[in-house]
Design a binder for this molecule. Sequence first.
Ligand SMILES: Nc1ncnc2c1ncn2[C@@H]1O[C@H](COP(=O)(O)OP(=O)(O)OP(=O)(O)O)[C@@H](O)[C@H]1O
Length: 250
Amino acid sequence: MLSVTELDFSYNNREILNQIHFELKPGKILAILGPNGVGKSTLLRCINAIHPPKTGTIIVDGEEVLALEKHEIAKRVGYVPQRSEAGQLTAYDAILLGRKPHIGWNVGEKDRRVVESVIKKLGLEELALRHINEMSGGELQRVAIARALVQEPKLLLLDEPTSSLDLKKQLEILRTVRQVVENNKVSAVITMHDLNLALRFADNYIFLKDGKVFAHGGNEIVVPETIKQVYGVATSVEKFNGFHVVIPHE
Ligand SMILES: Nc1ncnc2c1ncn2[C@@H]1O[C@H](COP(=O)(O)OP(=O)(O)OP(=O)(O)O)[C@@H](O)[C@H]1O
């Protein structure tokens, strides 16, 4: 579904990403982990060609993303940035805009059905007719995720999707993403700081360090040695109630 090979990216000659290489199967969630400023958000922006990489290939569902027109990318890739812009729109209209790559401006029955089903799934009914420029950070974050889901993409890119959410909504949003990923056999790449949320919801992990993939794999790579080398923090990783949890020693 997603394959990234030999991806290099620099901002004005400052190298950020160096030979990034990974694959992700349909129905799976990949968590991109690593310290502040390492290049996690930049990697997401490279994958959907907002920042075309200097070298490398990105294949989504058999197509080379860098060769596609913008609206063709939007049909395949749903991207939720860390901060989204809030205009004078209702949440309903903002979410409906996610259908634009499929329909132009002729909104049809199916589009409204998809929007209403996602609003229901994310529990946004009460927010639907409120203006997004009057919303809290967490409300806005949920609307932005809804907008990406109605795009019905093959690949979801979520940049710290739970950073403004309370504990309950963090779990709800990630559970919904999990459901969508499994039921629709799409893939999701999610940048995260919370290792415990990552361990609960992701299937695969990439730790970035100094612009490179330091470790890539399943649960077996989320271990104290890796965490120490990537974040400089001593931890234990224990199993509790069926989930692995990371406990810092400091
Ligand atoms: N538009 C830009 N122009 C120049 N440098 C940038 C730009 N955007 C980000 N950077 C720099 O590139 C590096 C990687 O940034 P990025 O936002 O990808 O990191 P991150 O791992 O997502 O960080 P965080 O965890 O803090 O969100 C940082 O040093 C950042 O200051």
